[in-house]
Design a protein around this ligand. Structure first.
Ligand code: HEC
Ligand code: HEC
Length: 351
């Protein structure tokens, strides 16, 4: 009995419990890396590339296919779109405020937007584009050649393509949401039920243990054991995608892998088995379905999940005992307070 208890305590320590409840912060200036300064020309070039279907092998997909400005830069599906004949294995996350994230992807396998952008282009189940070939394609478009010359003082390369896209992504922001105005002192910015929801979020609901800061995310990884999406088990195309990614990340028994290992794939650390990144909650009213596998269609389902203390056998969350009224206030907070000012998206003219 005692050794078992000790083992469990040790496991709990290793499991990455939230360290402390942080505070919420209003919108602030975006961090810009020194090696890739923003200029209006670079941002515009990045925007054109983001919408350019030349970036995919068969010319059918751009970044915006799966990160659509009309859907808060998601694709609105549980499991994301994919290159024809293949199948993706995860949900397409919003790119709103992505500039504030320390690690990218739900398993954190990319460390900067510049690195990240090359993944979907190359990835066989996303855009499936050979990068040597892509460079030649972009070099064959006179408007691009002129724009790269102006912005980078040289010809199009994969690194510069990624830098321009990253510069554009740093402009995708959620600004002046009711929560921002409230945190800056406008006490009328939130309705009474939303204020109650905020108190629950930071208090009894313990959401603020992990969802804090400007993005309502601590950027850490937790194994909440959300229910499996049955599609991930039944679709052989998804099994191929899972094995392919696992093989690239040197997961030994990749052929027998039947579930998404989450952060474990990157760290090979037991405590990261099926751990996923705390996502931003900015624009959450517009980014359903939820979780890395899109298993929840509504915020009610998400709140129900946390109220029950998370998924089977997880050791991170505990049941909350929220009343029906409290769940409603929490939902009001999530759906009213975190949606930024509506601004009309200006589409670029892709050459
Ligand atoms: C076929 C659909 C698809 C296309 C095309 C696509 N993405 Fe994604 N994107 C996804 C999915 C799915 C994820 C989540 C993958 C994961 O977590 O492992 C993702 C994740 C991201 C992330 C990380 C966000 C976060 O919160 O960690 C960024 C940034 C991103 N994509 C940018 C891009 C850019 C730039 C392009 C074009 C070069 C692009 N995507 C093309 C589906 C797509
Ligand atoms: C222990 C840290 C932790 C706590 C506490 C926590 N969350 Fe989360 N939350 C996460 C992680 C990690 C995910 C992503 C899980 C996944 O993708 O499998 C998530 C996902 C979500 C999502 C879905 C976001 C999306 O875009 O898919 C919502 C909404 C959410 N949490 C709201 C809440 C609320 C409301 C509470 C409080 C009742 C709460 N969270 C408490 C870590 C936490």
């Amino acid at each position: 009995m005692i050794p078992r208890l000790l083992a469990m305590m040790l496991l709990a320590l290793l499991a990455g419990f939230p360290a402390f409840a942080g505070t919420l912060e209003p919108f602030q200036a975006v961090p810009i890396p020194e090696r890739n300064p923003q200029t209006p020309e670079k941002i515009e070039l990045g925007k054109e590339l983001f919408f350019d279907r030349r970036l995919s092998g068969d010319g059918t997909m751009s970044c915006a296919t799966c990160h659509d400005p009309e859907k808060a830069f998601t694709d609105g599906l549980d499991i994301s779109l994919s290159y024809p004949t293949t199948k993706n294995w995860r949900n397409s996350p919003t790119l709103v405020n992505v500039a504030f994230q320390k690690r990218l992807f739900s398993d954190g396998r990319a460390l900067s937007l510049e690195d990240q952008a090359l993944f979907p282009m190359m990835s066989a189940f996303e855009m499936n584009r050979n990068l040597d070939f892509l460079e030649e394609v972009i070099r064959s478009v006179p408007e691009y050649v002129a724009a790269f010359q102006k912005v980078f003082g040289g010809e199009p390369t994969r690194e510069r393509i990624a830098m321009a896209i990253a510069a554009f992504e740093r402009t995708i922001l959620s600004k002046n949401a009711p929560l921002d105005r409230y945190l800056k002192g406008d006490k009328k910015a939130l309705s009474d039920p939303a204020k109650k929801g905020l108190d629950l979020f930071m208090g009894k609901g313990k959401c603020g243990d992990c969802h804090y800061g400007v993005n309502l995310s601590d950027g850490k990884f937790y194994a909440l054991n959300v229910p499996e999406n049955p599609e991930l088990q039944s679709d052989p195309r998804i099994a191929v995608t899972r094995r392919f990614v696992a093989k690239i990340y040197h997961y030994e028994d990749y052929r027998n892998l039947s579930e998404d290992p989450g952060r474990y794939l990157i760290t090979k650390d037991k405590k990261d088995w099926k751990a996923f990144k705390t996502p931003t909650l900015r624009e959450i009213a517009k980014t359903a379905p939820y979780m890395h596998n899109g298993i929840f269609q509504t915020l009610d389902e998400v709140i129900e999940f946390f109220d029950k203390g998370g998924g089977k056998k997880n050791i991170v969350l505990k049941p909350l005992g929220l009343t029906v009224e409290e769940k409603k206030s929490l939902k009001t907070f999530l759906s009213e307070a975190l949606t930024g000012e509506e601004t009309e998206f200006q589409y670029p003219k892709v050459p």
